[in-house]
Ligand binder design. Structure first.
Ligand SMILES: C[S@@+](CC[C@H](N)C(=O)[O-])C[C@H]1O[C@@H](n2cnc3c(N)ncnc32)[C@H](O)[C@@H]1O
Length: 372
């Protein structure tokens, strides 16, 4: 990432910059936006602009195009043979007054993702179409919905697989799996560390990301049963250990001296442990590597529970909110973990970008930003 992307910005308080546009990723290819109705373009464009997504408004669709991702707002009236290979369907029909025909349902299901601005609409098709995401009217909530716009075309089918999975299998982390995949793939990671494996839900997107970068995934857990989650991971190594001992293993391993591109932490969630984990792993990161944390917004028991992106909700186990406390302490940050947060900041002479997703118990990604 280029340092010039820090500008322009509004500095709210010392060390933390809130970018006017969110600048944490750079889109490499151009997304094509197509609609017969200008109103929909005007609805979607602010979110794309806010996230610096390169896009071009098209007057027609090239159905032979298999190199570019389209966002198409009028899929209902376009013949399926005239659709390109990769498209996001902005679902613009009001399904209270229009029937969802089988042919329209098929076109939605064939999309990389269905972006729908209406939760009522989603409720009408969620049992038969599983690649949907609620598209918020407020651009501030458009991350992680907009993430596929940054992705290399070759990764979009896998993104869709994870989106479908995340909408169908509700877990404490399910909503984050597509985003974890996207952020990880975009690192082109050679070495990923997953601390806290258990049943391997987070292993799925990390493992799938490796298919595009030919790297290695190292899983750490103190429970023997977690090893099963690695039995089918190509290029995966499972280590039965306390993650705080990882540096001792690493120094003696074939990877000694190599920096780590992605560290995912989902262990005890206790403040002291998390602070030690950050202290251990942050210096091991590669030039633009990131630390990521699940359970950075676990709702205390007295609150109602947590909400997933697919609209479902659950009770969360009581948690002293140690993860966020440790993040704030280590990086000298202040933010409201109940809200989306995206900011750049400097710590120990290094530039960092934090993205905090508050839903589904919270996922926080803290990425070193390369200097120019
Ligand atoms: C919340 S679960 C992980 C869930 C997993 N990431 C997933 O998505 O399916 C926490 C896991 O962390 C492991 N754990 C707790 N403390 C640990 C430590 N110090 N080092 C390594 N693993 C630890 C537990 O045994 C447990 O399997």
């Amino acid at each position: 990432m280029n340092i010039k992307l820090f500008l322009p910005c509004i500095t709210i308080f010392s060390g933390i910059s809130y970018a006017e546009n969110f600048t944490y990723l750079q889109s490499e290819s151009t997304v094509y936006l197509y609609s017969q109705n200008k109103q929909y373009i005007e609805t979607i464009a602010p979110s794309l602009n806010k996230f610096n997504i390169k896009f071009e408004v098209k007057k027609s669709i090239d159905s032979k195009d298999d190199k570019n991702l389209y966002i198409i707002c009028d899929v209902s009236v376009i013949d399926k043979h005239n659709l390109p290979k990769y498209y996001i369907a902005y679902q613009s029909l009001d399904l209270n007054s229009h029937q969802l025909t089988q042919s329209y349902a098929e076109k939605l299901a064939n999309a990389v993702a269905v972006w729908d601005p209406s939760k009522n609409n989603i409720n009408r098709y969620r049992s038969i179409i599983h690649n949907y995401l609620y598209f918020p009217s407020n651009y501030k909530h458009a991350d992680p919905v907009i993430l596929p716009c940054f992705m290399p075309i070759a990764t979009l089918n896998t993104y869709k697989e994870l989106l479908v999975y995340s909408n169908q299998k509700d877990t404490d982390i399910s909503s984050h799996l597509p985003a974890l995949f996207c952020h990880t793939v975009l690192q082109n990671p050679k070495i990923i560390v997953e601390a806290g494996v258990r049943g391997g839900e987070s292993t799925k997107p990390l493992q799938k990301a490796l298919n595009f970068s030919n790297g290695v995934l190292i899983g750490l857990d103190i429970e023997e049963t977690a090893a099963r989650s690695y039995s089918s991971v190509n290029n995966g190594i499972f280590l039965l250990m306390n993650d705080l001992d990882f540096d001792k293993y690493y120094e003696q391993s074939p990877f000694a001296g190599k920096k780590i591109d992605v560290v995912f932490i989902d262990t005890s969630h206790l403040y002291e442990q998390t602070l030690k984990e950050i202290t251990l792993f942050a210096p091991m990161l590669s030039e633009n590597g990131f630390l990521s944390f699940h359970d950075s917004n676990v709702t205390p028991l007295e609150h109602a529970g947590y909400v997933r992106l697919n609209g479902s909700s659950d009770r969360a186990p009581g948690n002293p909110r140690g993860v966020t406390q440790a993040i704030k302490e280590y990086f000298s940050l202040e933010f409201d973990e109940y809200k989306y947060f995206n900011a750049t900041f400097t710590k120990n002479g290094l530039n960092w970008n934090i993205i905090h997703y508050p839903f589904c118990n919270g996922l926080t990604i803290i990425k070193k930003v390369k200097s120019a």
